[in-house]
Write a protein that binds this ligand. Sequence first.
Ligand code: KG4
Ligand code: ZN
Length: 337
Amino acid sequence: MTKILAIESSCDETAAAVVVDGRNVKSNVISTQIPVHTLYGGVVPEIASRKHIERINQVITEALSQADETLDDMDAIAVTYGPGLVGPLLVGVAEAKAIAYAKKLPLVGVHHIEGHISANYIEYPELEPPFLCLVVSGGHTHLVRVADYGKYEILGRTVDDAAGEAFDKVARAIGLGYPGGPKVEAAAKSGDPNAIPFPKGKVGDSEYDFSFSGLKSAVLNYLNKEKMAGHTVNENDLAASFQKSVVDVLLEHGMKGVEEYGAKRFAIAGGVASNQALRSAFEKACHERGVEFFCPSPILCTDNAAMIGAAGYYEYMAGRRDGWDLNAIPGLKLGER
Ligand code: KG4
Ligand code: ZN
């Protein structure tokens, strides 16, 4: 049995978890800073760093206590070291190094996106690579081919805004507040997705890359034009139409990948993967093609440390060990060391 204490602090969630053999989650503690950042309409990096410092020890103590374990029972410490906000990342990395040093435990640095992908291993104990995975979060939009544990081929990515970022910006423009994703989804439930024809979030005729800044501008232009004309905007229709544009292009590129690579399994991951419209659209498309579909529970889609423990386990088994020079890398690329 390999017991890993995992730490995640790349953005606005301070999280710690105890994970056994990569898939058995003994505890998954998340202290969210959303109420703090809501006041400012988005994550304020400096405040996020301070909150991580204030909370991290307590979150780790709680994770160990819920798992009924102590640091002496751990076999390794896994920590997110990128990508993300540098200050927040540094808090987790420094904490992980301190614990690993004091307890003479191996230290394993984990890529945040690898964590999101690995949330699927927790939800589905039988899932094994190869599979395709769409990672959609506040900072990332990647269509990835998971060839094996720790082996990734990026088929497409966003060239500007991430999908979650687009949700957040559109929510701000309509005045729904932060974080925008769940609020836009709630508004979209009572709207007509075909009411406003927005462009799809894509780059020219690139097969797999995404671009959401044009879609965001189209939403803002629409809002301005309607306001100038003295019309009242139906926010629910706008939210539903925007959401449809995002889901349509994600689905189109995802299913193109399924066909080209003859994929038998398709997974989604990241904060935006909690979106019910997205989940249903992928579930249906996969079902129609005889492809097995995987989507983690919302608690595993959002930033958490259990997913870092899952990814950390496979890195640990592959022999990855980091030294005391492990540093936060805000722009860390997937598959890079
Ligand atoms: O994965 P995550 O928790 O953090 C990052 O690594 O970025 O993702 C957060 C993002 C935010 O942009 C948030 O608005 C979006 O995920 N999000 C959603 C939903 N829930 C969270 N977007 C659309 N629909 C949702 N239900
Ligand atoms: Zn994330």
